[in-house]
Write a protein that binds this ligand. Structure first.
Ligand code: ZN
Length: 187
């Protein structure tokens, strides 16, 4: 039997299993008397043993527990970040990626500065993207309509936190001919 685990970036409005609207936050530690009064619909007590992989919410109706999205890789033993990098590198050549990092060089985004420093020091992309742990570079690439146009998300991430941004990039061969920045996150 496999037990399905549920993940969410923020408190879900609906239970992902039974669609109930009664999803409670799990509170860990010793509850105050005010908290005890709220128990039932809004807060579920999680007990005092706190680990680095506890669920954050629970459905009051079907009792399934929901974990924060960033625990996905840790709990499922997968690495979706590595998988995204692998897919991104199927869409873009190493030369195109390096050209993108150079073109976005901007002191405001630390992730871009850091990766450029690594590349400047002669490190290969294979080495730069070498992972095997939960935290590191996050890169995802989506092909946009039109020739050689892509949406590139890049940043330094551990789950859903981090510094980085999104850019629309157009290439001519390995050269960046157009770059537009979208959302920029600065930590
Ligand atoms: Zn439920």
């Amino acid at each position: 039997m496999t037990t399905q685990l549920f993940f969410a970036k923020r408190k879900p409005r609906q239970c992902p299993a039974c669609k109930s609207k009664n999803v409670a936050s799990i509170m860990y530690g010793y509850p105050s008397s005010e908290v005890i009064e709220q128990v039932e619909k809004k807060i579920v007590l999680g007990g005092c043993c706190i680990t680095d992989r506890d669920p954050s919410w629970q459905c009051v109706d079907c009792q399934i527990e929901i974990y924060k999205e960033f625990l996905r890789d840790l709990l499922l033993g997968t690495n979706s970040r590595e998988e995204q990098i692998r897919k991104a590198r199927e869409l873009l050549s190493d030369e195109q990626l390096v050209a993108f990092f150079k073109a976005t060089r901007n002191k405001k985004v630390h992730a871009i500065e850091f990766i450029n420093k690594e590349l400047d020091s002669g490190m290969s992309l294979d080495k730069v993207f070498y992972t095997g742990e939960m935290f590191g570079w996050a890169l995802s690439v989506r092909k946009l309509a039109g020739e050689a146009r892509f949406k590139i998300s890049f940043g330094y991430a551990g789950g859903d936190v981090g510094d980085g941004g999104e850019w629309k990039v157009e290439f001519n061969g390995n050269e960046v001919i157009l770059i537009e920045s979208g959302v920029i996150r600065i930590s």
